[in-house]
Design a protein around this ligand. Structure first.
Ligand SMILES: [Zn+2]
Ligand SMILES: [Zn+2]
Ligand SMILES: [Zn+2]
Length: 144
């Protein structure tokens, strides 16, 4: 099973860093790996509980924190709601439409010029991964 194979090296890393690997944690990780794209901790908990009803939301939060410290997942704030989690290996940034809520993923190099200017002129190291960039998508921008 693909998700199980993807989970193994991450669980091995977790063990190597002294983390515990439990049935719950394996279920959380495999569920996360099976989600294409972004998921809130709450939605992830609901999916895990569909398979393992005894997994508590606090367990999911703690494990996501640990996976984040290991550099396996990242969280990002797409708007006013709760943060969403995604795999850190799949590096990208997010454009969120204020009009319709559409989320577009863009590669890091989109920010290259801005990053260079901010660094040169303000000594500021741009880190656009934690928050989404907001604006209007093509469809909403064209709407009168
Ligand atoms: Zn945050
Ligand atoms: Zn993402
Ligand atoms: Zn839009």
């Amino acid at each position: 099973m693909l998700v199980r194979e993807k989970a193994e090296p991450i669980l091995a890393l977790l063990r190597a860093r002294g983390g515990r690997v439990t049935t719950s944690r394996r279920a959380i990780l495999e569920t996360l790996l099976g989600v294409a794209g972004h998921v809130t901790a709450e939605a992830l908990t609901a999916r895990v509980q569909a398979v393992q009803p005894d997994v508590h939301e606090s367990t999911v939060y703690r494990f996501l924190d640990e996976l984040e410290r290991l550099g396996v997942v990242d969280h990002v704030h797409l708007g006013h709601g709760p943060a969403v989690y995604h795999l850190a290996a799949d590096a990208h940034h997010h454009l969120v439409c204020d009009g319709c809520g559409a989320v577009e993923e863009v590669p890091d190099e989109v920010f290259a010029d801005l990053r260079g200017r901010l660094q040169a002129e303000f000594g500021f190291a741009l880190q656009p991964r934690h928050f989404a960039v907001t604006g209007h998508c093509r469809a909403c921008a064209m709407r009168p």
